[in-house]
Design a protein around this ligand. Structure first.
Ligand code: BMA
Length: 314
């Protein structure tokens, strides 16, 4: 089946609309996870009211994966962070979340402009219950986005994917490893942008999901077809034992910005994934994504077809 026909948008889209939350002007790029039988999202939000300028993450919870309630306060209480430089870093948005053993780890690409530098660094947080959130460490240099942890060790080491680069820079996916989730090295390029037209300028990762065939990674791609940025959703399959080895990737995108709610907003023509949930028993993948950097949407479809599209490079 053609990759662009695998996913179906949910009829209730957008599932989270900032219009329903006074004070918030965008709710987007949701990082999904499961907790106590619920589907939850770490939702990126902005409020550009000049006196209360923030970019923060709010927790959204749902019992059916469709109807979400957004928390009333930001997830990370910055007053609990002791390190003054980390406390002053830019907004906590675009998280990638991964459960490793008993903890949920999430990484936020936080700006360093606020502390007199440039670019984003990857900031690692962990929590068990989404009440007590612990700052762990800054785990990258600047110009780093999209840090996505694998959900456990592979042959004795933790692994992660990154998308170094910002703005108009060409940016692809890199892989690295660590003994302890804090000290990272052995950086290697994994996938360059431009393997297809929809990722001409950028290709970036989300947290790898274990499937029978390997590690499934939902990706974002970006191209500038008409002098404006267009974002797409694609997928990649990595070898289970050696994640530096790509088994296949979708040649076509799975989703492009085609609906009004994806084409028009704070940034036009954006469908941006920050993770996915799989329901292996019903052969389903749920991709929650940011639409036009303004709202939260859902597209879902057959997991095995997404994997097949990767393997056959459709
Ligand atoms: C990326 C990040 C995301 C955003 C996307 C599209 O580089 O800034 O927050 O959704 O661009 O604007």
């Amino acid at each position: 089946m053609e990759p662009r026909k695998i996913l179906t948008r949910h009829e209730n889209n957008p599932l989270i609309d900032p219009a329903d939350y006074p004070g918030i002007i965008s709710a987007f790029n949701p990082s999904p996870f499961e907790l106590n039988g619920k589907i939850c999202l770490l939702v990126s939000t902005t409020n550009t009211n000049k006196e209360n300028n923030f970019r923060e993450t709010f927790l959204a919870e749902s019992t059916d994966g469709i109807h979400f309630t957004l928390s009333g306060t930001p997830l990370v209480d910055r007053s609990s962070i002791k390190d003054p430089v980390v406390k002053a870093l830019g907004g906590i948005i675009d998280n990638r979340i991964t459960k490793i053993d008993d903890f949920y780890y999430f990484v936020s690409p936080q700006g360093t402009w606020e502390v007199g530098h440039q670019g984003c660094v990857s900031v690692l947080y962990k929590t068990r219950d989404f009440i007590d959130i612990e700052f762990v460490e800054v785990i990258s240099l600047p110009w780093q986005r999209g840090c996505s942890l694998f959900p456990g060790k592979i042959n004795g080491k933790y692994y992660r994917l990154d998308r170094p680069g910002e703005g108009a820079m060409k940016s692809g996916i890199w892989i690295s490893s660590s003994p302890d989730l804090i000290h990272w090295g052995c950086h290697r390029p994994l996938l360059s942008p431009g393997y297809a037209i929809w990722n001409g300028l950028k290709i970036g990762p989300t947290p790898p999901i274990e499937v029978d065939e390997g590690w499934l990674v939902i990706t974002h791609g970006m191209d500038i077809p008409d002098n404006s940025m267009h974002y797409y959703i694609g997928a990649l399959l990595l070898d289970k034992e050696n994640p530096q080895h790509i088994l296949g990737k979708t040649n076509s995108y799975l989703l492009a910005a085609e609906k009004d709610y994806e084409m028009f907003g704070h940034v036009n023509h954006v469908v941006f994934p920050t993770g996915a949930i799989i329901k292996a028993e019903s052969d389903e993948i749920l991709i929650y994504y940011g639409a036009a950097d303004t709202r939260v949407c859902l597209a879902s479809g057959s997991l095995s077809r997404v994997i097949e599209a990767c393997k056959k490079e459709l």
